[in-house]
Design a protein around this ligand. Sequence first.
Ligand SMILES: C[S@@+](CC[C@H](N)C(=O)[O-])C[C@H]1O[C@@H](n2cnc3c(N)ncnc32)[C@H](O)[C@@H]1O
Length: 353
Amino acid sequence: MATTPQWIMVGGDGPESYSQHSSYQRALWETAKEKMNEAISAKLSLDLISDRFCVADFGCASGPNTFVAVQNIIDAVEDKYRKETGQNPAENIEFQVLFNDFSTNDFNTLFQALPPGRRYYSAGVPGSFFGRVLPKHSFHIGVISYAFHFTSKNPKGITDRDSPLWNKDVHCTGFNEAVKKAYLDQYSADTKNLLDARAEELVPGGLMLILGSGLRDGVKISETAKGIMMDFIGASLNDLAQQGVIEQDKVDSFSTPLYVAEEGELRQIIKENGKFTIEAFEDIIHPNEELPSDPKILAVSFRASFGAFLSAYFGEDTMTKVFELVEVKARKEFSKIQNAKPGMQYLIVLRKN
Ligand SMILES: C[S@@+](CC[C@H](N)C(=O)[O-])C[C@H]1O[C@@H](n2cnc3c(N)ncnc32)[C@H](O)[C@@H]1O
């Protein structure tokens, strides 16, 4: 069985890059800012804010969203310190930010774009966040933004045509019960490993702030705009196979290592893991509602997120053709996207037990 390629974003800062097409994810940070400030103010112990304060972003990509995320956190920590001690944080606290992603992530673009005038020291931390990437007790607040829906690999049997678990779709649409269970089991095991690793790396009482896309209970991803777009990617790959551009076998043995969980599933996984207390679970209303309202921008933004993964499997030419077809489909069926069931954008605040 082929190994699952690493799911990195399109690097650089060119017209097709993630750094140019991630304003949707960034907007959630603006909306969630107040709730995040409240959580830091109420749930972070003042004792943890001392001379050195460390923030770690897991799945940081190549910017610029990670800079917004960590700056918001640092502002909130400084604010709390100023209010509760009456002292100037700039005189007493040094901040460090640890940027984690796969080693194949475009860290060069990230470091070249570090905001001038920032008040923190930076370091890159390469490696999969499903395992330990940092020493014990090395950071005070961790953040995961739009990276809490990945699995470490496709579940067993999913890409094997001869298996009863074979997934004819390119992602877990939610409509096939057996496929959904296989994905949920894989997601649950991976997410528990992720939480175990962060629990070791966080200082006692430290916080994890998790922002991302989920589903309200009972909603299937393919009933939402995001799922419909992923279905278009699958349909486009099948079109190319029918045209003889790629082999049908290759499409049949392709699936995506991600699972967009329902709120109840997320709560249960965190509870079963037992290392963290859920301090807040907010359903954030995204200012753009579901997704950008132009089929071309939609196709380009999905390309920025999915393009590098598809290229690793099918090659760049095929990936480019796929997204040309995705744009046509999105344009043709735009009303379906607009009338889709809403997904959910969440802010989860976890405190280490
Ligand atoms: C959709 S991007 C989100 C980037 C950024 N946090 C934001 O909010 O815009 C997901 C990021 O998670 C990273 N990622 C996925 N799986 C990972 C893993 N197992 N370990 C570390 N990073 C991972 C990808 O490389 C990618 O940069």
